[in-house]
Ligand binder design. Structure first.
Ligand SMILES: [Ca+2]
Ligand SMILES: [Ca+2]
Ligand SMILES: [Ca+2]
Length: 142
C-alpha cells in the first residue's frame, strides 16, 4: 500500500524590499538632521554638506546647510521658501516638498535638485554629469 502524504508545495514568492541606508558611519547629529528632510535621495549628506561623508571634524556646510542650521535645524515652510543656493529654484522645490510640511510632493522620491548647489533643479536637460563628461571627452578628443 502506498500512502501518498501530499504536503502542499511551498510556493511562497516572497519579495523582500530591503532598503539599505548607508550613511557611511555618519555621526549621530548628521543622521538626525538628514532624517528631517522628507526626501533625501540622491543627494543624501551632500544636500547640506560639502563632503559626502561628513564627520564631526569635517562637516563643511553648503548654503542650504547654513540656512538649515540658522533655521534651528528644522525643515519647515520658512526653509522651503528660501533659495539657499540662489539658482532660482526654491529649497522646497529642490527637496521635493514645496510647502515644507514634511510630506513629499505627490509621489516624489528623489530630490529635483540639490538645495545647496547651484544646478538646474532637474528641470533642465536630462544629461547627467556622467553623460556630460563622456560627451565632453568626445569633443576634447577632436
Ligand atoms: Ca535653489
Ligand atoms: Ca509637502
Ligand atoms: Ca540647487
Amino acid at each position: 500500500m502506498h500512502n501518498f502524504a501530499h504536503t502542499g508545495s511551498h510556493r511562497l514568492a516572497t519579495v523582500l524590499a530591503v532598503c539599505l541606508v548607508l550613511w557611511a558611519g555618519g555621526a549621530g547629529a548628521t543622521e538626525f538632521d538628514i532624517n528631517r528632510l522628507p526626501v533625501i535621495s540622491p543627494n543624501l549628506c551632500l544636500a547640506c554638506h560639502t563632503v559626502d561623508a561628513p564627520t564631526a571634524g569635517n562637516a563643511g556646510l553648503n548654503p542650504f546647510g547654513v540656512d538649515y542650521l540658522a533655521n534651528g535645524r528644522q525643515w519647515d515652510s520658512n526653509l522651503a521658501q528660501l533659495d539657499s543656493d540662489d539658482d532660482g529654484c526654491l529649497n522646497g522645490v529642490e527637496v521635493g516638498d514645496s510647502d515644507g510640511d514634511g510630506n513629499p510632493d505627490g509621489n516624489v522620491t528623489a530630490q529635483a535638485g540639490n538645495p545647496g548647489v547651484f544646478d538646474d533643479c532637474g528641470s533642465g536637460s536630462l544629461v547627467d554629469e556622467k553623460t556630460w563628461g563622456t560627451l565632453k571627452a568626445m569633443f576634447d578628443a577632436e
